[in-house]
Design a protein around this ligand. Structure first.
Ligand code: 13P
Ligand code: SF4
Length: 379
């Protein structure tokens, strides 16, 4: 990933932090009104309410990728989400045919706060995946393995998948992507989220003993025996989401004991024991659509990021919605995007000194696009 060198911003961040929310909201809306359709603000469902109200479009990771890929009028994208999402938007919005249609003009993708990363994405580094691939190759033919990266990963890892005949997936299409992969090859290397990989492959009937976990910090073969690797169908990377890891099977049991009619709805980044006990597991988009479609008066316990669950509670008073965990499970990095950073980045954009532009280098973008486009073609 490269971040383009930009002229010094005309607006410094510090004064924005002193402004009231009302003042920031008014100024953000003024930029939106002034820039019109030239500015597209995308927002992920985990964003806090006061930020997401300013987005033009909101969605889960797959929908946001599709929106970036199909954007036409906009001349800048502000991404209220995390770093890997902004990288993906840059790759898709500035892919060769889009650039050609705009006579080479790039659409800058702005991440309002560069500290908005994803701890799961950071659990798979390029050198670790490359060295794992090489080590696996000592025992099994890597031509028989499809590398599948969850979209929650750096662009360099998506490029690794592109270069090695692999593909990207999101939580919405992981099953379709694994089906696709198994039609072509014997095995899958799935990273960085072991839970999404395990939950998806298990639902397809793959036994757990054929899903060894590759620990990038283990001394040899990711902590597995040679037989485990030779007998594998899905090699799961030892990564997880620190937010969804906090939901437990006990939380589900406690709700079921208290409310026998309750429906448990969770994200597939939750551990297997939680997903196994749940009624429904799916992406943030699936969670939203499930609540929207449910008959009034249905009782739910939802296991996903706190801001999204609280918003569902507010927007659906006709349902009884509980947060699945008694403790706060919020995504601290999504929460980095606040009104001050959004206003600061938008006013710099409007005044010609864009800040926090996420630009993936051409070589990485080329191969990452290959793997992303494959995913978009599968779903
Ligand atoms: P979705 O694709 O379900 O929106 O998931 C994004 C994410 O980061 C979940 O932790
Ligand atoms: Fe990453 Fe988890 Fe936050 Fe999603 S919720 S962005 S996977 S840390």
């Amino acid at each position: 990933m490269s971040t383009t060198t930009q002229p010094s911003p005309v607006h410094e961040l510090a004064p924005y932090k002193e402004l009231s929310n009302e003042a920031l909201q008014g100024r953000i809306e003024a930029v939106r009104a002034g820039m019109g359709s030239r500015l597209l603000i995308l927002g992920h469902h985990y964003q806090q309410d006061e930020v997401i109200v300013h987005s033009d479009l909101r969605g889960d990771s797959l929908q946001l990728s599709q929106m970036a890929a199909s954007s036409t009028d906009c001349r800048a994208i502000a991404f209220c989400g995390v770093h890997f999402m902004a990288e993906t938007a840059d790759i898709l919005a500035n892919r060769p045919e889009k650039l050609a249609a705009r006579d080479g003009l790039r659409v800058p993708v702005i991440l309002p706060d560069m500290a908005a990363g994803c701890s799961m994405a950071d659990m798979a580094a390029m050198e670790q995946v490359e060295s794992a691939w090489e080590e696996m190759g000592e025992l099994i033919d890597t031509d028989d393995i499809t590398p599948v990266t969850y979209i929650n990963s750096a662009a360099s890892l998506k490029a690794f998948c592109g270069r090695n005949d692999g593909i990207v997936c999101t939580s919405s299409n992981a099953a379709a992507v694994l089906e696709w992969a198994f039609q072509r090859k014997k095995r899958v290397l799935f990273f960085p989220d072991q839970h999404l990989g395990r939950n998806t492959a298990k639902a397809m009937g793959i036994p757990l003993e054929q899903m060894p976990v590759w620990d990038p910090y283990a001394d040899e073969y990711g902590g597995n025996t040679q037989d485990q690797l030779r007998g594998s169908r899905v090699l799961l990377w030892k990564g997880h989401c620190s937010v969804h890891q906090m939901f437990t099977a006990d939380h589900v049991r406690q709700f079921r004991a208290k409310y026998p009619d309750i429906k448990i709805l969770v994200h597939p980044e939750c551990p297997m024991e939680v997903v196994d006990l749940a009624d429904i597991s799916g992406s943030t988009g699936t969670i939203l659509r499930t609540i929207e479609a449910a008959p009034a008066g249905t009782r739910w316990a939802i296991g996903t990021e706190l801001h999204m669950v609280n918003r569902l509670k507010q927007e659906h008073p006709e349902q009884e919605i509980h947060f699945l965990s008694p403790i706060v499970c919020m995504c601290a990095t999504m929460y980095r995007i606040d009104l001050a950073h959004l206003c600061w980045s938008l006013e710099n954009l409007r005044d010609g000194t864009p800040v926090n532009v996420i630009e993936v280098d051409a070589e990485t973008a080329h191969w990452a696009l290959f793997a992303l486009q494959r995913m978009l073609d599968v779903v």
